[in-house]
Write a protein that binds this ligand. Structure first.
Ligand code: GLN
Length: 504
């Protein structure tokens, strides 16, 4: 392995922009790393080596001609979750029903990455249509966690998170509807940010649950996440829910945070997210993180958000309801798969295509959602869940009068063995206990590595939540915490990923 793949994105950008290493070389060494480890990790569904090398060559040529880098990340490779449309690559969303579909347009996220000169290495594996917490619901087989390849990397964005931990890419893209950026970040010892709803365009992001979906950066350090955040964020007239406000200055906030002074900041510990049901090593790492925040000068206050206890139940009514509507468009007529089987009517083609094309979890949620929305049940299920959603937002509003940011563990456990929860939907859903409230209210939240659990040596994530458009204070706290943790542990967590056994 070329040791340069262990660098951070900002380190690589500095080398590329100063001319010490070319983007082509950096891209090539990541493609070599993918070729070596991805047969085992399976982070990628599609690798676009030629396209990546030609983007890299363009960036190199522009720099050689004396042009300024097109962005602070120009020339740096990235792994794109296979839920963003790409004109030059397939987009499957981890589903057989989109097998063979090549989108006619780029997502705004894809277009912004291209405009910034970011090198797209390929598309990453995910739970089908972003529904799941382990990447086992991908129609193309699971992704493995680089920390222990018998375990899951989390989900739905397990491919993106695993690509970072396995040094296949220094940056990745995720989407977070109930935790799909943050929980995989926690389980792989990486950083994942769910921006404020509307902060990053959803145009060309294949919809899971439109009122909850949000795209965001995945990286190995807080600074790298912030650099990517600023490339992605900002108003997009093509997304009517996109916020038309200045992008929070997150890179400046990280530089300030890294100075390690959190005096004057109030950190709220969410009382509902600390008790029984959390793995002891997760609780231990969380307590250590609180001590570190306090040592940085932050004032710790306990806050109660009583309706967070109902967030999971309400989410599993709202999400399936939106999914049942959004996935109706996959009818065998317009996109990807079409199963005919000698069908006589359009309805029969639709039924045969959907039967063959969707996996068990997608079907489960379509049925749950259709039921929750059906006449006579709508008020009792969907209507009630929407009321709970309002109460969760009010809990956040009240908590943010007492604290500048809120913290909790990101997930109740560390990475679990492949196969352990795949046949137990409720156990799988419980992974998102702590992450769902931020999606329900639309505010911002992130996961940052908080060390290893004592009993199994696997990564634990600290979740930091902030008000809508409060990204700057959130990144500041994350950067301070990361710097303190790295100093205490003699270096960043990601450098301690055990060497992957690569079969000869
Ligand atoms: N794991 C959650 C679910 O299955 C979250 C998914 C997501 O954020 N896309 O719905």
């Amino acid at each position: 392995m070329n040791e340069l793949v262990r660098s951070t994105a900002s380190e690589l950008a500095a080398l590329i922009h100063s001319g010490e290493v070319s983007s082509a070389e950096v891209t090539r060494m990541h493609l070599e790393r993918i070729a070596a480890v991805d047969p085992e990790i399976h982070a990628f569904l599609h690798v676009a080596g030629d396209a990546a090398l030609s983007t890299a060559a363009e960036v190199d040529a522009a720099l050689a001609a004396g042009e300024q880098p097109r962005s602070p990340l120009a020339g740096v490779p990235l792994a794109l979750k296979d839920v963003f449309t790409t004109v030059d690559m397939p987009t499957t969303c981890g589903s057989k029903i989109l097998d063979g579909w090549q989108p006619p347009y780029d997502a705004t996220v894809t277009a912004r990455l291209r405009a910034a000169g970011v090198v797209i290495l390929g598309k990453t594996n995910m739970d089908e249509f972003a529904m799941g917490s382990s990447t086992e619901h991908s129609a193309f087989g699971p992704t493995r966690n680089p920390w222990d390849t018998r375990r899951v990397p989390g989900g739905s964005g397990g491919g993106s998170a695993a690509s970072l931990a396995a040094f296949e890419a220094p940056l990745a893209m995720g989407t977070d509807t109930g935790g799909s950026i943050r929980q995989p970040a926690a389980l792989t010892g990486t950083v994942g940010v769910k921006p404020t709803y509307g902060g990053v365009s959803r145009y060309g992001l294949v919809a899971c649950a439109s009122s909850l979906d949000q795209a965001g950066p995945c990286a190995r350090t807080v600074l790298d996440a912030a650099l990517l955040h600023e490339v992605l964020a900002g108003h997009d007239p093509l997304d009517s829910t996109s916020i038309d406000e200045p992008v929070p200055a997150v890179v400046d906030a990280v530089r300030r945070g890294a100075q390690g002074d959190l005096r004057g900041l109030r950190v709220g510990m969410v009382k509902e997210f600390a008790g029984d049901g959390y793995q002891p090593g997760v609780q231990g790492a969380y307590r250590a993180a609180l001590d570190q925040l306090s040592a940085l000068g932050a004032e710790l206050v306990e806050v109660s958000c009583p309706h967070f206890d109902y967030a999971l139940a309400a989410y599993y009514l709202i999400l399936p309801s939106e999914v049942s509507s959004n996935l109706a468009r996959f009818d065998g007529m317009r996109y990807g798969l079409r199963v005919d089987n000698g069908a006589a009517t359009a309805e029969e083609v639709m039924a045969a295509t959907r039967e063959a094309g969707f996996g068990a979890e997608a079907k489960r949620r379509i049925m749950l959602g259709t039921y929750a929305l059906s006449s006579g049940y709508y008020e009792a299920y969907y209507g009630q869940a929407q009321k709970v959603r309002t109460l969760i937002s009010r809990d956040f509003t009240a908590a943010f009068t007492k604290a500048d940011v809120l913290v909790s563990p990101t997930a109740p456990t560390t990475a679990f063995p492949i196969g352990e929860k795949v046949d137990d939907p409720l156990a799988m859903y419980l992974n998102d206990l702590c992450t769902i409230p931020a999606n329900m209210a639309g505010n911002t939240a992130m996961s940052v590595p908080a060390g290893l659990a004592e009993e199994d040596g696997l990564p634990v994530g600290l979740q930091i939540m902030a008000p809508a458009l409060g990204e700057a204070v959130m990144y500041r706290v994350a950067a301070a915490f990361e710097a303190a943790r790295d100093a205490a542990e003699g270096g960043p967590l990601f450098r301690r990923v055990p060497g992957l056994e690569v079969p000869a």
